[in-house]
Design a protein around this ligand. Structure first.
Ligand code: P6P
Length: 320
């Protein structure tokens, strides 16, 4: 019988004096993911297709599932009794829950990444960065602006042909598959490490004309060496690269030098997962996890996957 989420996390975190209550936060995420999974599987039948007619802080059209996912994860994270404050892609401002010492964690998350894909039944995801408060001082938006290397855990959920919740803590990555019969996340992928061999490169080649020349040259080398796999849903592309080996890129370009993806709740958590699994993540110049955020929703170019291939891209970029 596969291990339940709580049992596996207790084993992973055994002896850690700094992680009290972290399991409750991850269990809250799992509960929210179960609810989002149920909406995703029913999609048109649950009236979550299409958009709400509103735009979010990013200026993006809010899909019905974005709104439902936001409400779900804000609720479960606020009610778990361990999270002091949270920031969400869909909300301009942070949500402050409690300054009490009993609430030592902070969460930044993208509740439903790639949500427009649900209209065409393509994989979507949820992504979470979890930090420990540095002290018991009152939380503010500034409290949430932490470099990614300070994460105590990162979690993502991929709602695909199966629904898999992946947790990363210090030097350990594990996957849990949602069992539709029991509703439990069962330990299906123990101790995930990125395979030594890169199996594919993943980038939107349709944007190639807008990249800087050195990025065009770097991707041309990847094109020669690997097959292309691009779902257009970040968590789907990242999860494939993590399990099979690969490199994912979302570069900046002339019109958007910082690219499209967000540092706080996309690049940081996924690069944390990648590094705990033996991979690497960069913005094209430096380690993503060393970037100090200046505002909650800032964007960053992202290159993440097999460490040797990420490094070869960086060398090509610096060669100009
Ligand atoms: P493009 C989905 O909208 C998303 O935010 C990520 O999930 C995905 O990696 C990216 O955008 C795809 O963007 O420009 O290639 O369609």
């Amino acid at each position: 019988m596969a291990t339940m989420l709580r049992d596996a996390l207790e084993a992973n975190l055994a002896g850690r004096s700094d992680a009290d209550g972290l399991i409750e936060v991850i269990e809250a995420i799992a509960e929210g993911a179960s609810r989002v999974d149920a909406l995703t599987r029913r999609a048109a039948l649950a009236d979550v297709l299409g958009d709400t007619g509103e735009t979010n802080v990013q200026g993006e059209i809010v899909q019905r599932l974005d709104a439902a996912g936001t409400d779900t994860f804000v609720e479960v994270l606020s009610e778990c009794g361990r999270v002091a404050a949270l920031a969400c892609e869909e909300l301009e401002d942070a949500v402050f829950v409690s300054d009490a010492p009993s609430h030592p964690y902070l969460a930044l998350f993208d509740p439903v990444d790639g949500s427009s894909n649900i209209d065409v039944a393509v994989t979507i995801g949820s992504i979470f960065a979890i930090y420990k408060r540095a002290d018991d001082s009152p939380v503010s938006e500034q409290t949430l602006l932490r470099p990614g290397r300070e994460q105590i855990a990162a979690v993502y959920v991929v709602y695909g042909s199966s629904t898999v919740l992946v947790t990363a803590t210090e030097r350990r990555v594990d996957g849990f598959t949602l069992d539709p019969d029991s509703g439990a996340f069962l330990h299906s992928h123990p101790d995930i490490t990125i395979p030594a061999k890169c199996a594919a490169y993943s980038v939107n080649e349709g944007n190639a004309g807008a990249w800087q020349p050195e990025m065009q040259a770097a991707v041309a080398e990847l094109r020669e060496a690997y097959g292309l796999r691009y779902v257009g849903s970040l968590v789907a592309d990242f999860h494939r690269d993590l399990l099979k080996g690969g490199i994912f890129l979302y570069p900046g370009d002339r019109s958007s030098p910082a690219g499209k993806l967000r540092l706080g709740y996309e690049a940081n958590p996924l690069c944390y997962v990648a590094e705990q699994a033996g991979g690497a993540g960069s913005d094209g110049r430096q380690r993503i996890l060393d970037l100090t955020p200046e505002q909650l929703h800032q964007r960053t170019p992202l290159i993440v996957g097999n460490a040797d291939v990420v490094q070869s891209v960086l060398q090509r970029l610096s060669a100009g």
